[in-house]
Design a protein around this ligand. Structure first.
Ligand code: PLP
Length: 445
């Protein structure tokens, strides 16, 4: 081939070009796990196998796969209006969706900013918090408080308030002015708990110490996942979120719930805020808003926060923030159809009704070799495995790989497995998930 010839295009089976996210790329290329179709509770592989989806894609396909009303809505929208500029122009579906989301959210969480992912939603919420204080003449409030073991996506804001060392290590000093609450997990106190642990509500009081250290007048906001999903399904200890809300109120701090995982039924309610009866100042969402079909995220904001930013001459932009694809017509149409499905099939209540059976089924794995803990809440569960001393992470990775061969998609993060099936899962399919996983765990030491 001459030196200046264009590189050949990758063939259909060439796995070399795509640098996959959060993936062991070299291992994947050697032994890929490919899916090429999906319907209901199942993926289809290119060689025609049916694989049960135990994780709703990646915590997003809560209505199941290939749902006809969603597919139809996306097709129709693409034919009607493919794209509309969201800066200074609008289209009906975005306004309709924002209204629906505001109606789903508790209290006066009535204003909705749209973006394209959970990471963007988090960065948007943090920026709104900073802009809010500046608009109120308290521009010294710039400090952001996250929590250890929190996951808030991969933007610079998200990894700063996030509490996962591996996600920060390679990327420089990060944002200044960040502090973290302690995480809420203590195996000695909480192992094998179904639902919210009794122990740990007092850990919210650590916020008091952080306030003492930095002074409330320098703190803009506290961001937590009501249930920490990515670091292994850590439900909030009883009373924890209420205490956090009370402390934020006492010191005038904004409280942000990152509901990218917990939003849209995972815990049996539209939002975890509803399950726990705690109303934050902002809710971030993404993933299941349209059952994972078209990239979309957003922030639902309390009315007074929004109102504080509606200042200046009426023709002037109030918040210098937004994305080319904010409120993309296809994502909005998909979300409207998905919210209809959630409502018409009462899927959040379905998740609530299935919670005990799901918890019991996953908990039945207790006692298998190498299982250190199991946690379940809503339709989410995590299984902690004893790491292999010579190769942390390899055990869960191997189980994930072998489970796929055995017809089940599970998620592995570190040595923790996660199970988060679509909300349409039937009880017999919950049994199937556990039955497929059990022999694989037994066989993988
Ligand atoms: N926030 C939480 C709580 C998440 O679980 C995730 C992703 O899993 C994100 C933010 C980031 O979302 P995305 O991957 O869409 O950027």
């Amino acid at each position: 081939m001459p030196a200046n010839a264009p590189a050949p295009l990758p063939g259909p089976n060439d796995l070399g070009a795509w640098w996959m996210p959060f993936t062991a790329n070299r291992a994947f290329r050697r032994k890929p796990r490919l899916v090429s179709g999906a319907e209901g509770m199942h993926y289809r592989t290119p060689d025609g196998r049916s694989v049960l989806d135990g994780i709703s894609g990646l915590w997003c396909c809560n209505a199941g796969h290939g749902r006809e009303p969603i597919v139809r809505a996306i097709r129709a929208q693409a034919g009607e209006l493919d794209y509309a500029p969201p800066f200074q122009f609008g289209h009906p579906a975005a306004f309709a969706l924002a209204g629906r989301l505001a109606a789903l959210a508790p209290g006066d969480l009535d204003r909705v900013f749209l973006c394209n992912s959970g990471s963007e939603a988090v960065d948007t919420a943090l920026k709104i918090a900073l802009a809010y204080w500046q608009a109120r003449g308290e521009g010294r409030r710039t400090r952001l408080i996250g929590r250890e073991r929190g996951y808030h996506g991969v933007g610079f804001g998200g990894i700063a308030v996030g509490g996962i060392g591996a996600n920060r290590r390679a990327f420089g000093p990060g944002l200044p002015g960040i502090d973290h609450l302690p995480h809420t997990y203590d195996r000695a106190q909480q192992a094998f708990t179904v639902g919210e642990p009794d122990w740990g509500g007092h850990l919210a009081d650590a916020l008091e110490r952080i306030v003492e250290l930095h002074d409330a007048s320098t703190i803009a906001a506290v961001i937590v996942e009501p249930m920490a999903g990515s670091t292994g399904v850590l439900p909030p200890p009883k009373g924890y979120l209420e205490r956090l809300r009370a402390l934020c109120d006492r010191h005038g701090l904004l409280l942000i719930f990152d509901e990218v995982i917990t939003g849209f039924g995972r815990l049996g309610h539209a939002f975890a805020a509803e399950r726990y009866g705690v109303v934050p100042d902002m809710i971030t969402f993404a993933k299941a808003v349209n059952s994972g079909t078209v990239p979309m995220g957003g922030v639902i904001v309390r009315e007074p926060v929004h109102a504080a930013l509606m200042q200046g001459p009426e023709h002037a932009v109030e918040l210098f923030h937004g994305y080319t694809y904010s409120g993309h017509p296809l994502a909005c149409a998909a979300a409207l159809a998905t919210l209809d499905l959630y409502r018409d099939e009462d899927l959040f209540a379905r998740a609530r009704a299935l919670e005990p059976a799901f918890g019991q089924a996953v908990m039945s794995l207790r006692g298998l070799p190498g299982i250190l803990d199991i946690r379940t809440v809503g339709l989410a569960a995590a299984i902690d495995l004893a790491p292999r001393p010579d190769a942390p992470g390899l055990r869960a990775f191997t189980i994930m790989d072998r489970a796929f061969e055995a017809g089940l998609v599970v998620r592995a993060a570190g040595d923790t497995l996660a199970l988060t099936p679509p909300l349409i899962v039937r009880e017999d399919q919950i049994g199937e998930i556990v039955d497929r996983l059990e022999p694989v765990i037994r066989a993988t030491s």
